[in-house]
Design a protein around this ligand. Structure first.
Ligand code: MG
Length: 391
């Protein structure tokens, strides 16, 4: 790489954010941090700011922002708060690339703002494309912003398609580890606790994504994301369970040739690829040892056992604001499950109920999307409350 890439990291204190800063620390000559944003992790972001010396730090939480401002007094680093602060971090003129790693629908607006400002977006947040895929991809076409996937599956597909005509793509095949409950019984699922759902066999991730992996909603969100990222219709996006998580996804072309991308299960690989693109960075990790792993296995996903995956396909087929509604209902259900107030198997029930009762919602602009999102959150909470009353 000839020039230094200047990056903003939204969600810097989360799992993807920390991994991104690890890549930055290993590649100081190539990467420089200009802004960091977090919801409320004062201690985390102050430590990161002291090490990486950005121009700007933003905390969504006002109190957290004022604590960070005190801690960073005299450092020359500006501290901002609220939605405005996060949006400033995502559009700051000094940044070429924005790492969008805020979890959940809270990442939609800042991602759109970065695309609107013409920044390249290294995208880890799934919900931006799930909820507002049409709006964000159209805006990227308008401004010339590139969307570079950080999710390991989409990075794999991106790498397989790279340099080829999209018309040659026959199928996109996303691999799924199957999560911690692959091949378990339905009875077993009824007794799943938050601790069990948070113990993922392959990937270290934040709590929301880990629970989504256990229900396979994560894969459903990735199907929708793949549709928008690569312009592939829903009937040509498939999921295959691959417990070893060595093949991160595959692309089948019209001549029957299939390209698979392989690697160790470490998020720093796709992060470095997105940040270095179109060049590759040298990383000091142990390479993949195929002979040590033994075998690579593939299974068809059981859509009755993992109804969330089926619901995501349904939402994408219905289109409009439905994926946003599905996503919002899922966010509420996961949060209530993590608080111990909803059984694990209640998550798909809540999402299915909200989707069944949802009004028609379009996706012409972000305001429509956010109205659908808000409606779905309330509908999910009401449904959970009424189910509790009825025992
Ligand atoms: Mg993934």
């Amino acid at each position: 790489m000839s020039t230094v890439k200047r990056i903003s990291i939204l969600g810097s204190t989360g799992s993807i954010g920390k991994n991104t800063l690890d890549i930055v620390a290993r590649n100081r000559g190539q990467l420089q941090v200009v802004s960091l944003a977090s919801r409320s992790d004062v201690e985390g972001i102050v430590r990161q700011a002291r090490e990486h010396k950005p121009k700007l730090v933003a905390l969504f939480d006002e109190e957290a922002a004022s604590d960070a401002e005190n801690s960073l007094a005299g450092s020359g680093i500006s501290v901002l708060s609220g939605t405005e602060g996060i949006l400033e971090a995502s559009t700051i003129s000094e940044a070429d690339t924005v790492v969008s790693a805020i979890v959940g629908a809270a990442g939609v607006m800042p991602t759109f703002a970065a695309v609107e400002a013409g920044k390249d977006v290294a995208l880890a947040n799934k919900e931006a494309l799930v909820a507002a895929g049409s709006i964000i991809t159209n805006e990227a076409l308008r401004t010339g912003a590139r969307i570079l996937p950080i999710d390991s599956e989409h990075s794999a597909v991106f790498q397989a398609i790279m340099g080829q005509d999209a018309a040659g793509v026959q199928r996109v095949i996303l691999t799924a580890s199957g999560g911690p409950f692959f091949k378990k019984s339905q009875d077993f699922l009824d007794g799943v606790t938050p601790e069990m759902a948070l113990d993922h066999p392959r990937w270290k991730m934040g709590p929301k994504v880990t629970v989504d992996s256990a229900t396979m909603m994560n894969k459903g969100l990735e199907v929708i994301e793949a549709h928008w990222l690569f312009g592939v219709p829903v009937e040509r996006i498939e999921v295959v369970v691959h417990p070893q998580s060595i093949i991160h996804s595959m692309v089948e072309f019209i001549d029957g040739s299939t390209l698979a991308q392989m690697g160790i299960a470490d998020m720093r690989l796709p992060i470095a690829f997105a940040l270095g693109y179109p060049d590759r960075m040298s990383l000091p990790f142990d390479p993949l040892d195929l002979t040590a792993g033994g075998k690579l296995e593939f299974f068809e996903p059981d859509l009755d056992f993992f109804p969330c995956l089926k619901l995501a396909y349904k939402a994408l087929r219905r289109g409009g604001g439905f994926p946003a509604i599905m996503n919002a209902a899922n966010e509420v259900a996961v949060e209530v499950f993590l608080n111990g107030q909803l059984p694990f198997t209640g998550i798909p029930q809540v999402v299915a109920h909200v989707m069944e009762t949802a009004p028609e919602v379009q996706d012409r602009n972000l305001a429509e999307i956010m109205r659908g999102d808000n409606w779905a959150r309330k509908a999910a909470r009401d449904y959970i409350a009424s189910s509790e009353e009825n025992g």
